[in-house]
Design a protein around this ligand. Structure first.
Ligand code: HEC
Length: 245
């Protein structure tokens, strides 16, 4: 017991010091962990879809991300070797809402529900920067098969100005930031540019990307413009407007 305890201590110390070293430059940015572009086809299993549903639904509708992906898991707890269909309704439950699409919940993942996750891209008309509600059902769209905690309230944003980014922001980011960061259009847009959300208090000048660049927020990599209207910061304002206005 004692020997095992000290091993844990050593491992803990090793990890802690690694964290300290890495925080120095690369930081622990979500951009290096989450890839919103990751293709779901790569992680899907080839499980067959449940045809004879037992009615014993084991499911959870976890959240909808700002890039419009509905996440959760769903399975027939009496038949875990097959996959369950998940059906979505927007604006109201079945009966009053609008059919928003469906997907088979068969993505890998971790834990007891591995192989039964879903990652559903919501229709673009719902990713319009306004609050929306989505209801999810397992196997069939019937009230008794509602996946809790439906409805999930969310705000998602379509990508509108990737061309503007590529022409005006990417050259700056790719020359000034790569030493420490791996920023992409996706990770900046669905990270600091959307923080705080435009539907809340976010503006062209108060977003985190801007604040890190003009020195309003302390930035380990330094400031890159003197004010929100100067150089690259003026371009960041334009990019924000092109995406959200
Ligand atoms: C010398 C290394 C270095 C350079 C160069 C650098 N950064 Fe950073 N950056 C960091 C570190 C470390 C952090 C985390 C601590 C902090 O916020 O200062 C950070 C944080 C950030 C954040 C906040 C992250 C978040 O999750 O909200 C943004 C945005 C950012 N950097 C953008 C940039 C951009 C854009 C560039 C290039 C124009 C750049 N940085 C250049 C080191 C750097």
């Amino acid at each position: 017991m004692k020997a095992r305890y000290s091993w844990y201590t050593i491992l803990f110390l090793a990890f802690s010091s690694m964290t300290v070293l890495f925080t120095n430059c690369a930081g622990s940015h979500p951009d290096t962990i989450i890839d919103p572009n990751a293709s779901s086809a790569e992680v899907e299993s080839n499980m067959e879809v449940v045809t004879e549903f037992s009615g014993k639904l084991s499911a959870s509708f976890q959240y909808v991300s700002t890039d419009g992906k509905a996440w959760g898991y769903a399975l027939d707890s009496q038949n875990k070797t097959k996959a369950l269909k998940v059906i979505f309704y927007a604006g109201g439950p079945i009966g009053t809402g609008t059919y928003a699409g469906e997907i088979v919940a068969k993505e890998s993942g971790v834990g007891p529900n591995a192989g039964h996750y879903f990652n559903f891209k919501v229709p673009p008309e719902l990713a319009n920067g306004q609050y929306q509600k989505l209801w999810a059902y397992g196997h069939e769209a019937k009230p008794e098969y509602l996946i809790k905690p439906s409805p999930v309230t969310f705000v998602s944003y379509n990508q509108k100005a990737e061309d503007y980014y590529n022409q005006n922001i990417a050259p700056f980011v790719n020359s000034q930031c790569v030493r420490c960061h791996t920023w992409t259009y996706q990770s900046l847009m669905y990270g600091p540019l959307l923080n705080p959300l435009p539907v809340s208090t976010g503006t062209a000048t108060s977003n985190r990307f801007m604040r890190k660049m003009n020195g309003q927020d302390n930035h380990n990599g330094g400031a890159f413009c003197n004010s929100a209207n100067d150089g690259a910061c003026a371009l960041i304002q334009n990019w924000w407007r092109a995406e959200f206005q």
